[in-house]
Design a protein around this ligand. Structure first.
Ligand SMILES: [Zn+2]
Length: 466
């Protein structure tokens, strides 16, 4: 047994997105008790700690939060943050991304990058992540190996590309190889640690880059593969409705090349002209689509209906000029919205900073669409909504008794501005309101150095040497 004593915040239970404010729990002097198996056996005020735990060792911190979940980031773009692409999505891919991702064919380069990527995740407190993978199996092997050694959670899958521009040539395989390599990765790594997708830390998905990097034939074959793998808890992950630049942006290109009525149809088995059905759907509870900035209402409805989640990446959308996902309309449609850094189009590894950007972009939406997100909504999006997107809400995402102990310890003295804001900032007289203000400042004001401890299943994450 081990006791962690701190100001503890989490979103308890399994609330709907529009009710998370009522599920916020704050223990200003709280105690979290973790057993030898890494499970949470008690959470409550320090003053009420049961006698059974009185002799357990105690670790103190200023704050304790559930581990952050990054629902969308790119491992082969680890070194491509803050890269000047000279344009929006399609230019940036050609100039910055296809060249950097091509470097991962080299096993030594990939191994170093996998260690760097794992270090960045630990520094940012990202205990669980949906990781868009490299095209190269050798690089994926390094990623899973180092993630497992560090003790972190991961879902990943090789980035599938069967068509594309010349700059992407080394990332492109034949359709047969794309299917074979994906199936081999599932065999080699999916739930390798426990054999059970409900408990595994290491899991695999089917991950085409986006509809423009594959063909109707590839999508039909991936649908066939996924229809078999779905029962084993294999994931699906890709991009959706990211960039809408007039005439020649991503969305227009997808609608033009497939002849479909909606981008989502290409992932829903309806990838033939006129959105006619050509194969199995890739949507479901273990499917997450990044961005969803420019969705039609029926696309949002279909994601909600199938349990497909959105990885919302406002930091990346600012960087590529992609626009802003309409928050209120998306929540109203009932789609689960988790947060993603989208490294490298996102230039920030810390998911609470992405939450801060979410706050800024949604308060800036025009007219009635604009909204000041509640501090509990930010915490939910950074933690429990991510676990929900990964269909792992039963195992982590908050600090409910019985779940795995995935959490962060935060020391404000490690980041002077945070200590200043929290200790000297103005607070409301009303205690409940003051607590919300404190949580908001903690999330939006935090920077990586303040994260003093990162724990998964009760064990401290092991940072690899560079
Ligand atoms: Zn992305």
């Amino acid at each position: 047994m081990h006791v962690y004593r701190a100001h503890i915040f989490h979103i308890a239970g399994s609330p709907a997105q529009d009710q998370v404010d009522r599920a916020l729990v704050s223990h200003p002097d709280g105690a979290l008790v973790v057993d030898g198996d890494g499970r949470i056996v008690h959470l409550g005020p320090w003053a009420d700690l049961p006698d059974a735990f009185a002799d357990a060792p105690v670790t103190r911190a200023d704050y304790l939060l559930p581990g952050f979940v990054d629902s969308h980031l790119h491992y082969p773009q680890s070194y491509a943050t803050a890269a000047h692409g000279g344009g929006q999505l399609l230019e940036w891919l050609d100039h910055c991304i296809f060249p950097t991702e091509s470097q991962f064919a080299d096993p030594e380069f990939a191994d170093r990058a996998a260690r760097y990527f794992t270090r960045r995740r630990i520094a940012a407190g990202t205990t669980a992540a949906m990781v868009f993978g490299s095209a190269f199996p050798v690089a994926q092997d390094a990623l899973y190996r180092w993630t497992d050694a560090a003790g972190l959670r991961i879902v990943s899958g090789r980035g599938i590309q069967t068509v594309g521009p010349a700059a992407a040539s080394s990332l492109i395989t034949s359709e047969e190889d794309a299917i074979r390599l994906t199936a081999e990765e599932i065999d080699r790594w999916h739930a390798i640690d426990t054999g059970d997708p409900r408990t595994a830390r290491i899991q695999v998905g089917v991950v085409p880059r986006f509809s423009l990097s594959v063909t109707p034939r590839t999508l039909a074959a991936l649908g066939e593969l996924y229809d078999h793998a779905r029962g084993d808890g294999v994931y699906f992950h890709s991009h959706l409705n990211e960039n809408n630049r007039k005439g020649d942006g991503e969305i227009a290109a997808v609608l033009g090349s497939y002849g479909v009525e909606a981008y989502l149809d290409t992932y829903d088995g309806r990838f033939l002209p006129g959105s006619k059905t050509g194969g199995h759907t890739l949507l479901g509870r273990r499917s997450t689509l990044a961005h969803a900035v420019h969705c039609q209402p029926r696309e949002l409805d279909r994601m909600a209906e199938t349990g497909t989640s959105i990885a919302h990446c406002p930091t990346s959308q600012l960087f590529l000029g992609s626009g802003t996902m309409p928050w209120r309309a998306t929540v109203a449609a009932g789609v689960n919205i988790a947060l993603g850094t989208d490294i490298g189009a996102g230039d920030e590894w810390l998911i609470s900073r992405v939450a801060g950007d979410a706050y800024k972009v949604h308060i800036s939406e025009e007219g009635d669409a604009g909204t000041a997100l509640h501090p509990a909504e930010l915490l939910f999006a950074a933690t429990l909504a991510g676990a929900r997107a990964l269909d792992m809400e039963h195992a982590f995402g908050n600090l409910d008794v019985g779940k795995d102990a995935d959490f962060l310890l935060i020391e404000t003295s490690r980041w002077e501005p945070l200590e200043g804001m929290l200790s000297m900032g103005i607070r409301a007289d009303d205690e409940e309101q003051a607590t919300l203000e404190e949580l908001f400042t903690l999330l939006v004001g935090m920077r990586q150095p303040a994260i003093a401890g990162v724990y998964v299943q009760g064990r401290r994450a092991v940072t690899p040497e560079l």
